[in-house]
Structures are given as structure tokens and as C-alpha cells.
Design a protein around this ligand. Structure first.
Ligand SMILES: *Cc1c(COP(=O)(O)O)cnc(C)c1O
Length: 342
């Protein structure tokens, strides 16, 4: 093993083990650790044909005190359970989920980047079906697996603000669809808009609420927040994925004496924010320096919104970022008991 901790990105690294269990004939198998990342599945699996799949994303950190912290795994369990119930597939119990997360982290301990690197171990729980099936219905088997991979700190991420575009001609999810569940299909559906946006020089796509296209929903894989004065504002919408990072930021904002508003955000309100950010487990906060509004991604700009100096994270977002990461690395008191300490 020879990893350059300071140059990690969000890419696959082979680690020691993946931790797996299968649900068949009404019961879970015992949990096993496998050295190979390859899994064997039937080519008729409903996960391959019909997208019956959900996943999670969370992280483990090497703390300042030498202890390993996993951030809010109980929240990831709850969300995976809601995704599995939506798909109609069997989800492991909370105890089994948490045990397997801890086991995967422990078995891959040497892949948790050192504290000084500000990098972390990304944990990816995956729930699929391996069994053959042709009909479109919820499979009766499931396969649950936890994979881990060291990922970068995105050094300088706060000083490298995203340039976003409003997706006027695309939706990420349907009005009463699957947007609030962490299912793979939502990501497949955002790739086309993402490619179009990249061609036009954008690295963030901002989706509107699919019912009226009047309100902000979220980015393709991260939630939206805006800050004005002492207020943190984030969309209330049935089609937004409930981000655990966003939920944590809301709490930290309140703890810091800010007002938190979770409500519909009309597009025009973009003009009144002093700071805007994307938030999610991968980077906690990516500041957004510019958002362009256009009739279509390749069309002419009708209006541009600018935040800060276009490149750097604003002071209020930075404070929130530092608080969350401080809790994750054991530098700031974890007063809400968010971290599972190994
Ligand atoms: C996973 C995800 C997020 C971020 O959620 P976190 O729990 O903060 O990682 C935001 N939006 C979408 C669409 C997601 O899939």
C-alpha cells in the first residue's frame, strides 16, 4: 500500500475488504468480508434491468486525538431504509447496518487518511438484487454490501467556487417521483444535463421544482443553501434528497445564532443571497460563485447571479464548514453526539 494522501481525489481505490450479506428465503445470511470487489450476479437481476438499487454515502475520519469518527451513520441507515421501502426490497436492520459499517472501517483502518491530510474514508453502502427476474416487481432477495475508499480533502475547494447553471429544460426527478430517495436512477437521469452543462463551462447544475419550475430544488448530487444576513435558507420540496450534511448545517447555523428557514425559494430570490453553496457528504460545502439563468443550458444568458468574489467561500459558509469538519476531526465538541467513535 502506497498512497499519496495529499493527492487523493474522488476515485476508486482497492482496499482490503468489502463487507457483505444476502437476504434470501426470508432471512439474512451471516455477514462476510470479501477480499475481492467483484460480485457475482445473475444477468437477469432487476437491479441491472429496472434500476432496483439504492445506496448511501458517509465518511470516517482520523481525529486529532487519534480516534476514528464516523459521521451520523444512524441517519444514513434511516435514509437507506426509506429508499429500500420505496423500492420494496429488504433492508438490513439498523443494528446490522451499523455493525457492518464499523466492521468495514475497522478492516480497512490503514486506508483512513491521516488527520493532517484533511482527507477521509468514504463509505458506500449498496443495496441491490442479485437474483434472476424478468417481471417488473420488487425482488424478494437483496444483497447488501459496504465498500470503502479513501477520498481527497478537495484542498482549496473553498477557494474554487463552482459555476452553476439553472436547468430550465431538464428535471432531475418527477413532481411526485423518486427525488427524495437515494436511488441510482436519479443519477442516471442527471447525466445528460451534466454533460451539456460541462460543454458550456459549468460544473454545477441547479434544478428547479419539477411541478412549477418556479422554485429552487437542488443540484444534481448536492443540496442548495443560500445565506442572507444572518439567515440560512434551504428549499422545502418533496423532490429534494434529504441531505444529512444540510440537516447538520442547519443545526450548526442555529447553534451559531443564525435563523434557519426551510421553505420554497423562488428563482428571483437568488438575487438576494450573499452566499450560496452546494452541500453534501463528499465536500461538506462547495461555494457557488455564479449562477446563470438561460432558457436552455446551451442558450443565451438571461440573467447571472454572483456571490462573493466569484472564487472564494463567503465568511458565513466558511464558519459552518469549519464547524462541521471540526466536529468530524474531533477538534470541536460534538455536542449533538453525531459521531460514532471507534
Ligand atoms: C446524497 C445526495 C445529497 C447529499 O446528501 P448527504 O447526506 O449530505 O451526503 C444531495 N443531493 C442528492 C441528490 C444526493 O443524492
Amino acid at each position: 500500500m502506497n498512497i499519496d494522501w495529499s493527492n487523493l481525489t474522488f476515485a476508486y481505490t482497492k482496499t482490503n475488504t468489502i463487507v457483505c450479506a444476502s437476504y434470501k428465503n426470508g432471512e439474512w445470511s451471516s455477514v462476510e468480508s470479501r477480499k475481492s470487489d467483484e460480485i457475482s450476479m445473475n444477468s437477469y437481476s432487476a437491479s441491472l434491468h429496472y434500476g432496483v438499487e439504492c445506496f448511501e454515502g458517509l465518511k470516517a475520519f482520523n481525529g486529532k486525538d487519534g480516534k476514528i469518527r464516523i459521521f451520523r451513520p444512524d441517519e444514513n441507515f434511516k435514509r437507506m431504509k426509506s429508499s429500500a421501502d420505496y423500492l420494496g426490497i429488504e433492508c438490513p436492520s439498523e443494528e446490522m447496518f451499523l455493525d457492518m459499517v464499523i466492521r468495514a472501517v475497522k478492516e480497512n483502518r490503514e486506508f483512513i487518511p491521516p488527520y493532517e491530510s484533511r482527507a477521509s474514508l468514504y463509505i458506500r453502502p449498496l443495496l441491490i438484487s442479485l437474483a434472476p427476474q424478468l417481471g417488473v416487481n420488487s425482488p424478494s432477495d437483496s444483497f447488501f454490501s459496504i465498500m470503502v475508499s479513501p477520498v481527497g480533502a478537495y484542498a482549496g475547494g473553498l477557494d474554487n467556487a463552482a459555476k452553476g447553471v439553472i436547468a430550465r429544460q431538464f428535471d432531475r426527478a418527477a413532481p411526485n417521483g423518486s427525488g427524495r430517495f437515494k436511488v441510482g436512477g436519479n443519477y442516471a437521469c442527471s447525466l445528460y444535463a451534466g454533460r451539456q452543462a460541462a460543454k458550456e463551462g459549468y460544473n454545477a447544475v441547479l434544478y428547479l421544482d419539477p411541478a412549477s419550475h418556479k422554485f429552487i430544488d437542488e443540484f444534481s448530487s448536492s443540496n442548495f443553501f443560500g445565506i442572507k444576513g444572518n439567515t440560512y435558507v434551504t428549499p422545502k420540496s418533496e423532490s429534494v434528497l434529504p441531505s444529512i450534511t444540510n440537516k447538520s448545517l442547519e443545526q450548526v447555523a442555529k447553534d451559531n445564532g443564525m435563523t434557519v428557514e426551510r421553505r420554497q425559494i423562488p428563482i428571483e430570490e437568488l438575487a438576494s443571497f450573499e452566499e450560496v453553496g452546494e452541500c453534501g457528504t463528499a465536500v461538506v460545502i462547495t461555494p457557488v460563485g455564479q449562477i446563470d439563468d438561460k432558457p436552455s443550458i446551451e442558450g443565451k444568458i438571461t440573467k447571472s447571479y454572483f456571490y462573493g468574489d466569484k472564487n472564494h467561500c463567503g465568511p458565513k459558509s466558511r464558519k459552518l464548514y469549519e464547524t462541521i469538519t471540526g466536529i468530524q476531526y474531533g477538534e470541536i465538541e460534538d455536542k449533538h453526539g453525531w459521531c460514532t467513535i471507534l
